[in-house]
Design a protein around this ligand. Sequence first.
Ligand code: SAM
Length: 189
Amino acid sequence: GYRARSAYKLKQLDETAELFSPGDRVVDLGAAPGGWLQVAAEEVGEHGKVVGVDLQRIDELEARNVQTIRGDMTDDETKARLSDAVGADGADVVVSDMAPNMTGEYNLDHARSVYLARQAFEVALDLLDSGGDLVVKVFDGPDLPDLRADMEEEFQYVRATHPDASRQESSELYLVAKKRITAPVRKGD
Ligand code: SAM
């Protein structure tokens, strides 16, 4: 079984958006307790690699193609550790299920979730190869169109989806950005 019900959301996103292929290198942001890590590890197989990051400790997974980092993705030091773990070949897919601690104040929760989504977008621009995909969770609200427009400049197309496995009443959605347009310039290139 999976560590979190959210695993089924990623399965559904993978089915509809064709995210993972065997051998892919995947970055999973906000990965605890590890449901998405389990799904990604299955899909990329033993020749693939999955690197997960979370503020919380992630119990070790059985899958040997998974590596985890404990850290804050709003922190440059964590981004540097992630970049080292991914390596010079970069990533094929970046997924983020990061969510802020909910205050119940709609606009604040929305703004914080957009801020986290922008961290994931930044990481994607740093690590994703040309043709790579990005999926980010975000709570719906007034700052969403700007985020989406910024993503549309860097990818062939962006879709907003509400997986059936997400609770109906929640305002969460996923922006799925397919096929990064330009290759990143990395150290040593
Ligand atoms: N996808 C996960 C799974 O399937 O097990 C569930 C992720 S849970 C919905 C959201 C996670 O985002 C939490 O574990 C939280 O600690 C993490 N998170 C929130 N802000 C973060 C940050 N700044 N840096 C790293 N992780 C963060």
